[in-house]
Design a protein around this ligand. Structure first.
Ligand code: RP5
Length: 162
């Protein structure tokens, strides 16, 4: 099967964060691809990736970047696919606010679903939820995932209850 989720990032240095999204794809058996696409260093590659993603069968793009993090927004401007943005706290960042604000503050008409700083895991889960709207098996897996979260809280609460 070909990839339905595209995980892209501005630099290989984002990989240790973006791997969390890939782990979610593996946990839910979702086909994905992962590559580096830099808005600033490889603008033509970014344009081609965004332009061709839907035709290649990609349904959701997860884009992570740090600093002046223009990748998610620029990709969203080119494709009609939903784009989930992951602000990555890069080493020379101002506590990650540069990444957060440059992904979050999109103009009207070009939305990016922005998750919390370094929250590639949530980006992966959101991508699965988007796919699950048209996939009953994925819906059942997502329900099981949430049931498991609930059970863990209930178990930990039970150990504290007097
Ligand atoms: C951004 O600049 C990347 O997304 C990364 O978070 C940050 C630093 O990139 P490198 O200088 O490590 O390649 O474009």
């Amino acid at each position: 099967m070909s990839a339905v989720v595209g995980i892209i990032m501005g630099s290989k240095s984002d990989l240790n964060i973006m791997n969390d999204a890939a782990e979610i794809m593996k946990a839910f058996d979702v086909e994905f691809e992962m590559t580096v696409v830099s808005a600033h260093r490889t603008p033509e590659r970014m344009f081609e990736y965004a332009k061709q993603a839907a035709d290649r069968g990609i349904k959701v793009i997860i884009a992570g970047a740090g600093g002046a993090a223009h990748l998610p927004g620029m990709v969203a401007s080119i494709t009609t696919l939903p784009v989930i943005g992951v602000p990555v706290k890069s080493s020379n960042s101002i506590d990650g606010w540069d990444s957060i604000l440059s992904i979050l503050q999109m103009p009207n008409g070009i939305p990016v679903a922005t998750v919390a700083l370094n929250a590639a895991k949530n980006a992966g889960l959101l991508a699965v939820q988007i796919l699950a709207t048209a996939n009953h098996e994925l819906t059942k897996k997502m329900q099981a995932y949430k049931d498991d979260l609930r059970l863990k809280v209930e178990e930990s609460a039970a150990t504290m209850d007097q």
